[in-house]
Design a protein around this ligand. Sequence first.
Ligand SMILES: NC(=O)c1ccc[n+]([C@@H]2O[C@H](COP(=O)([O-])OP(=O)(O)OC[C@H]3O[C@@H](n4cnc5c(N)ncnc54)[C@H](O)[C@@H]3O)[C@@H](O)[C@H]2O)c1
Length: 257
Amino acid sequence: MNLKDKVLFITGAARGLGGTSAKVCAGYGAKIVAVDLLEDQVKQTVEEIKAAGGEAIYATADVRDREQVRAAVQKAVDTYGRIDGLFNAAGVDRIGSVLEMDDETYDFVMDINVKGSFICASEVGKVMKAQNSGRIINTSSIAAVREEANNAPYCMSKAAVAMLTRVLALELAPNITSVAIQPGNIETDMLRGSFKNRGAAEGKDVSEFYAEMEATIPMGRIGQPEDIAEVVAWLFDDRSGYIDGNAILIAGGKIMA
Ligand SMILES: NC(=O)c1ccc[n+]([C@@H]2O[C@H](COP(=O)([O-])OP(=O)(O)OC[C@H]3O[C@@H](n4cnc5c(N)ncnc54)[C@H](O)[C@@H]3O)[C@@H](O)[C@H]2O)c1
């Protein structure tokens, strides 16, 4: 894998898939712009990258806020002069029945997952357009193609992100490419919270629901953030560059179960 000197703008970089991908990509030579709402934790990601001999800066931004995203993009350009890759990893889920969920909860999920990805693609996309090159990786989910009860806004948002990826590939062609990843069940803070709440919605405790979910994965284990981060790094490597517009499922075979 060779990401030497590629500048990667990674949202959701405080922890989970964004944080692990930032560290893994830095290990392959990328310069990381780590972006998140959680200042202390995103600083920690940068400290870990530097301690391992890598290069990184951080910016705090809410991906829903265009001005904050613009400021983070400006910081990236001021520091490194360019942005080669965007990984939209910031995301949230909220569990609840279609019959009971309030509009604020729906808006919260859609705004961060869909509008946030859109705003980041828009602002980073302008930099990529000016340099006439770039790679955008969006985070869809297996939930875009495999429906989950009590998770409607999340499933809907991830289907929208897959379509955003296709539109970006068409609109920004030929030299700016886009690809979506569709992780299955990956062990992060989000998964732990989601399993707890989805289990509760079905009257099960978290360990029972966890075991039930694990049994839906042909490979027999919940994924680890590194399972995703290595694919993200590969997708930023020029050698995977002919993949454009589509979504890649990374789910231990779960789609078949
Ligand atoms: N973990 C899984 O099983 C799984 C599966 C499929 C898809 N995903 C997707 O992967 C992405 C990362 O999820 P994760 O599991 O690492 O979750 P996580 O909760 O561990 O990390 C998400 C990060 O996004 C940040 N974030 C949330 N809202 C933000 C905002 N408005 N502005 C800036 N940053 C914000 C959080 O602070 C956090 O650091 C999400 O888009 C999620 O939907 C996760």
